[in-house]
Design a protein around this ligand. Structure first.
Ligand code: SAH
Length: 355
């Protein structure tokens, strides 16, 4: 059975499905999902990410977390966690960069939250010698200080889409028209979860709601507030989501999200306000939302690039220069990607971020 057959059967049985249910099936269907069945990253895959562009990304995030750990009195043991580690590249770079931090490696217990068996297998190879433990959800994180990174994890979580109609909302759903998947709208109804958006939207505006983001953030924030720690959440998005940001990428090219389900990456911009409010509700402090370029510059990416440059020549040197530019320049990933830090209210914010 193809994923299209599965989706058509589901729609025929239950009626048109939400964008969230569609994304959930496309990305994580146990046998046919995009992430469950493949390694989608890198030049030969469908998209690339900051850690795949340069080792500098994971190194700097690792050192920022290690500094936060030192500032909080070097607690031992502690959880070093990553959400959605992809190929494990960020974690490998983080671990190499923090080798020299006294006590960090002996105190850490690595936990990876990863839904894809295919990517767990890749992470096992990348992190050979480190014995990480894999978890299905953040709720299984141990009760101890938590130092966590998540890059391009929240953008893969399913979103629902609503279109404003008066003071009510119509939900965008996916149904079938002459056998093909197509978008439609439900009749308008009140949406208590979107009450707060009536003030900043107008008729016809589309608003996205990621229902799993807040509970995941709340679980991390509760741990950090209770036991100490810090989280660095990096993703594309902004303080408040407005407009249709559902995006499909296949072989590094934008694609129609309803074409070839399960064969393309599907993402949506992250509404960082929802994450910050979930953290706050657990008594955890959050930093100002900071552009990735600014954050990496503050952490010293230019010095790191200069340190890596001398032995390089030709293409290798050009790759380093272009990686620095891609990660930091406002026209590339520098502005589109943002960083939100979570930390205990009595501690200092993580390096590179302001309260
Ligand atoms: N952080 C990596 C990979 C980003 S791709 C990088 O920057 O390169 C998204 C990752 O999140 C993949 O590893 C995917 O399998 C994982 N993922 C997506 N949804 C998930 C979920 N609900 N639970 C756990 N992991 C998930």
């Amino acid at each position: 059975m193809s994923l299209t057959d599965h989706l058509s059967a589901r729609i025929q049985a239950d009626g048109p499905m939400s964008v969230a249910d569609y994304m959930g099936d496309c990305l994580l269907h146990p046998q046919l999902g995009y992430y469950t069945t493949r390694d989608p990253l890198g030049a030969k895959g469908d998209f690339t990410t900051a850690p795949e562009i340069s080792q500098m990304f994971g190194e700097l995030l690792g050192l920022a977390l290690a500094q936060a750990w030192i500032s909080q009195g070097s607690p031992a043991p502690f959880t070093l966690a990553e959400l959605g580690p992809g190929r494990g590249t960020l974690m490998a770079d983080l671990l190499r960069a923090t080798r020299g931090v006294p006590g960090f490696h002996t105190a850490m217990q690595i936990h990876l939250v990863e839904a894809s068996p295919a990517l767990r297998a890749v992470q096992t190879k990348t992190l050979d010698g480190h014995a990480p433990e894999w978890l299905d959800t953040v709720n299984a994180l141990p009760q101890q200080p938590l130092f966590l990174v998540a890059n391009e994890f929240f953008d893969a979580l399913p979103i629902r889409q609503f279109v404003r109609s008066g003071d009510h909302w119509s939900e965008k759903r996916i149904g079938l028209k002459e056998g093909a998947l197509c978008f439609g709208l439900t009749p308008a109804a009140p949406q208590p979860a979107l009450e707060h958006r009536l003030a900043d939207t107008s008729e016809g505006d589309l608003v996205e709601l990621c229902e799993s983001a807040a509970p995941i953030t709340a679980a991390i924030a509760a741990r950090i507030a209770a036991d100490g720690g810090a989280a660095l959440i990096v993703d594309y998005g902004d303080w408040r989501a407005l407009g249709d940001t559902l995006q499909a990428l296949r072989a590094h090219q934008p694609a129609d999200p309803l074409q070839a389900p399960g064969q393309a990456d599907l993402t949506a911009h992250v509404d960082f306000e929802a994450l910050a409010l979930a953290a706050k509700s657990e008594g955890c402090a959050f930093t100002r939302l900071t552009p990735q370029g600014v954050f990496l510059e503050r952490l010293g990416i230019t010095d790191r690039a200069r340190a890596l440059a001398p032995p390089l020549q030709g293409e290798a040197l050009e790759n380093l220069i272009s990686a620095h530019r891609r990660l930091t320049h406002p026209d590339e990933m520098g502005n589109l990607f943002k960083v939100l830090g979570l930390y205990p209210s009595q501690a200092a914010p993580p390096p590179g971020l302001n309260p």
